[in-house]
Design a protein around this ligand. Structure first.
Ligand SMILES: [Fe+2]
Length: 256
């Protein structure tokens, strides 16, 4: 089934294919996790895809996007220079297409030796807002040096922001470990699509538990492709979403 033809994303009159599609407005106007820079990770492949995605964000009412390309030693050796150059290219294309959404870039760092070296050598790290460093890990196992590196980040004044903790199998199976991570001051960013079951029951359940406890600091689309945006509206209707104090989210602290 083509999701474009369902409910909020459907046209009022399907007999007129050129009629603009109507999008449900997002209650969140700042997104802090996405893969919209063209051709440097597994998100947008080229500039036309980037424009297509950002136009949808704009229709949903987003005003600012902090996009976060993967930085991963094995696959995506994106440096601050590469990311800044792609951002500049994208900003020109946004102007040419008269898109008003403001876009900035940070990164989503994979917790690997490449990141650890950068922290140890105090090399430039792309953060956003109040020095938040968005990071991810492998899905099955926690990195061995996790707590030592988190401690070092915090000692340097960096605030670690854990991308989609609800999606990791090792956390779905060990709530005590997540509790320890939270108590060490690691901020938790939930993917909006986790709330509608897009990533499965395990992720949905853990996201709901994190929200129930009031541990969520931040929400993200983690948009790589149009499909991710097509499902967002279902999350806004979830009881778990209604429990999130949106005014207290890091998204809300980002200046426009
Ligand atoms: Fe991501």
């Amino acid at each position: 089934m083509n999701l474009w033809n369902r409910n909020f994303f459907s046209k009022k009159n399907t007999s007129q294919p050129d009629e603009p599609i109507e999008y449900q407005k997002s209650p969140i106007t700042v997104d802090i996790h996405s893969h919209l820079l063209p051709g440097i990770d597994d998100g947008s492949a080229d500039i036309s895809q980037s424009i297509e995605l950002i136009k949808i964000f704009e229709k949903m009412g987003y005003q600012k996007l902090i996009t976060t390309p993967h930085v991963m030693g094995d696959f995506y050796r994106n440096t601050p220079e590469i990311i800044r150059a792609k951002l500049a290219e994208l900003k020109i294309a946004l102007q040419e297409n008269q898109i008003q959404v403001e876009i900035e870039a940070a990164a989503e760092y994979y917790f690997d030796e490449w990141l650890i070296q950068k922290i140890e050598k105090e090399q430039e790290i792309l953060t956003f807002g109040d020095n938040y460093l968005l990071f991810e890990t492998a899905f099955m196992d926690m990195p061995k040096q996790f707590f030592a590196v988190i401690f070092e980040m915090q000692a340097q004044g960096i605030q670690p922001l854990f991308a989609h903790p609800e999606r990791y199998h090792y956390l779905q199976n060990d709530f005590q470990l997540l509790t320890k991570i939270y108590e060490k001051g690691v901020k938790l960013q939930i993917n909006l699509n986790s709330l509608n079951g897009y990533y499965g029951k395990g992720a949905k359940d853990l996201a709901e538990r994190i929200i129930q406890l009031g541990w969520v600091s931040c929400l993200g689309s983690d948009c790589h492709k149009i499909g991710h945006l097509q499902h967002l509206h279902k999350s806004f209707e979830q009881p778990s979403f209604q429990k999130i104090p949106l005014d207290e989210m890091i998204n809300h602290t980002i200046t426009l």
